[in-house]
Design a binder for this molecule. Structure first.
Ligand code: UD1
Ligand code: CA
Length: 454
């Protein structure tokens, strides 16, 4: 029978070096909190039992994790060894325990899979995932003699000679359940930080004649631990780079990729073309052949195939196939554009449906509206949806022509095939096929200039 694997994620620490009101594991990179990146990797391995140790900011962290993991509380944050001890009662003696830190978002599922496989094949009591770093500062150093692992020394306890050791502890390990439990009960806080170090269990296991193995990550970038905001930014840059490379291999073209930022959850399709300075964030999905940017921000958007969005900001909106948006459009939550809609420059749309083939080409505000198909909305048209207290709806029927500089005082309903004269302020409903015009008669005063000179 294959051994049962339990993953324990340590996420109770305060994250003092972040200098933040937010618990460290809730800080985001590429759209997701650090803890989500770790959970994603563990879930990918198909590990049935996941336990997260929370403490500092536990309400926020547990609420966020919700049902993705069991939650255990470490009341006082007395160190990583003390954190793992909280899970001890629920760990099976003959199971394998995968221990990870909530602050290491870049470890890949492949690396974790090789750690577990190596641990199971070697039959060791514990296996430490290590990495070789150009700058090992801040990490626990892996002490070896003639290739034999002796233990881990923390940065704050490290001597001058050991400072040069470039092999570091990633903080990710596999243990045999019974060995881990007995060693955890023996650690003491006799060190520079007065903490119960998880890393002390290796010395204990070795002194008891048990075997501890190490395995080194091929890509040391994966081991990056987030302790401060400089490391947070560095990890995000690495992740964005990985995401860009992934999508390029999936058939997406990017011009000047390093200026393009795509969040973890975003889904792109083949032949999407992305120009520089474009951000695609949140749960966005982009259809085949869409052209995005330059200078465009999309947040939680669905963009269907072959739409083009240039120099615009689009949030919680749905853009139909073949739409042309921008430059300089601002589409806000609840905007739904049908197929082939054109939204031009300096147009803001909010909570509105715009029918297939309709054009809103210049300088308009459309809010809380339903606009039919093939409507032409003239430059400067405003839906006056707010009376200072409440919001009201504007409805415009198919094929209606709205002259420039029209104000619709909502609530108001315009029929199909109607025409609104330019410059009108429309306060009453307009029937199908009617012309509505609301403006005072033009008066020309002849010879005005000469009269003035007298
Ligand atoms: C730890 C390791 C170090 C390793 C590094 C890798 C120890 C003693 N040191 O150091 O060898 O190189 O990770 O990144 O383990 N946590 C708790 N409860 C606590 C303290 C910490 O849950 O009481 C959690 C933190 O939330 C964090 C993880 O444990 O997710 C690691 O703690 P952190 O303080 O970041 O340890 P490092 O100093 O980075
Ligand atoms: Ca850390």
């Amino acid at each position: 029978m294959p051994q049962k694997i339990t993953a324990v994620i340590l996420a109770a620490g305060k994250g003092t070096r972040m200098k933040s009101g937010l618990p460290k594991v809730m800080h985001r990179i590429a759209g997701l909190p650090l803890i989500d990146h770790v959970l994603d990797k563990v879930e990918k391995l198909g590990i049935g039992e996941i336990v997260t140790i929370v403490g500092h900011g536990r309400e926020i962290v547990s609420k966020h994790i919700d049902k993705r993991s069991e939650i255990l509380v470490q009341e006082k944050q007395l160190g990583t060894g003390h954190a793992l001890l909280q899970a001890a009662p629920m760990l099976e003696d003959d199971g394998v325990i995968l221990v990870m830190s909530g602050d290491q978002p870049l470890l890949s599922s492949e690396t974790l899979r090789s750690l577990i496989a190596y641990h199971q094949q070697s039959g060791a009591s514990a296996t430490v995932l290590t990495a070789v770093m150009d700058n090992p500062f801040g990490y626990g150093r892996v002490v070896k003699e003639k290739g034999i692992f002796l233990g881990i020394i923390e940065e704050k306890d490290v001597g001058q000679e050991q400072k040069k050791i470039s092999e570091i502890n990633t903080g990710t390990y596999c243990f045999q359940g019974s060995s881990l439990k007995s060693a955890l009960n023996k650690i003491t806080p006799q060190n520079a930080q007065g903490e119960y170090y998880l890393t002390d269990v290796f010395k204990i296991l070795i002194s008891e004649g048990q075997r501890v193995e190490t395995i080194t990550t091929a890509d040391s970038l994966e081991a990056l631990g987030i302790n401060d905001r400089v490391q947070l930014a560095a990890a995000e840059e690495i992740l964005y780079d990985r995401i860009r490379k992934y999508w390029m291999t999936e058939g997406v073209t990017m011009i000047n990729p390093s200026s393009i930022f795509i969040d973890t959850q975003v889904k792109l399709s083949r032949d999407v073309f992305i120009y520089p300075f474009t951000l695609i964030k949140g749960n966005s999905s982009i259809g085949e052949g869409a052209q995005l940017g330059p200078g465009t921000t999309l947040i939680d958007c669905i963009c269907e195939s072959s739409c083009q969005i240039e120099n615009s900001v689009v949030r919680e909106a749905k853009i139909g196939a073949n739409c042309l948006v921008g430059p300089f459009a601002y589409l806000r939550p609840g905007t739904v554009l049908g197929k082939g809609v054109k939204v031009g420059d300096f147009v803001e749309i909010k909570n509105s449906q715009i029918g297939e083939g309709t054009k809103v080409p210049h300088l308009s505000y459309i809010g809380d509206s339903i606009v039919g198909k093939e409507v032409n909305v003239g430059a400067g048209t405003i839906t006056c949806n707010y009376d200072g207290k409440n919001k009201y709806q504007t409805i415009i029927g198919d094929k209606t022509f709205v002259g420039s500089n029209t104000n619709f005082i909502a609530p108001v309903k315009i029929g199909q095939d109607a025409v609104i004269g330019a410059g009108s302020t429309i306060t009453k409903d307009v029937p199908d096929k009617a012309l509505a015009i609301e403006r005072s008669q033009q008066k020309n005063v002849e010879n005005w200039q000469r009269a003035k000179d007298k």
